[in-house]
Design a protein around this ligand. Structure first.
Ligand code: 5GP
Ligand code: ZN
Length: 114
């Protein structure tokens, strides 16, 4: 999709530090990391937010979580623990409207989040 920063990252026209890629999923380090590990895991298909999900996207959402598990393992955070979170809409802090999971690890993560 044009004018989508994450679609441009998938295409490579905006550089990123890629940590994972398969046929449906792309993951790269957040440019403004909030923890020692902060990776964004996104579908290659442009979907703006959770509000735009459809029934046939259910498998894709599972693929995002499986990628999170694999990246956490590769980066060495399986036992220590990590957080996987998806913001939906402006009040939740979503600033980029291309669906993305945040994978955070490497420091104590408080709950509830701010
Ligand atoms: P949101 O606030 O929408 O949940 O998360 C968007 C995230 O994308 C933010 O954590 C922000 O730092 C990250 N981000 C925005 N633009 C870029 C970029 O050009 N490159 C990378 N790697 N991350 C970005
Ligand atoms: Zn996009």
């Amino acid at each position: 999709m044009s004018n989508c920063i994450f679609c441009e990252i998938i295409e490579g026209s905006i550089p990123s530090e890629i940590v994972y890629e398969d046929e449906a999923v792309f993951a790269f380090r957040d440019i403004n990391g909030q923890a020692p590990l902060h990776v964004l895991i996104i579908p290659k298909q442009h979907i703006a937010s959770i509000n735009d999900l459809e029934t046939n996207n259910a498998h894709l959402i599972g693929q995002l979580y499986l990628a999170a598990k694999e990246i956490a393992q590769t980066e060495g955070y399986t036992d220590q623990g990590y957080r996987v979170v998806m913001n939906c809409g402006e009040a939740a802090g979503q600033t980029v409207f291309h669906l993305h999971l945040h994978l955070l690890a490497g420091r104590p993560l408080t709950w509830p989040p701010g």
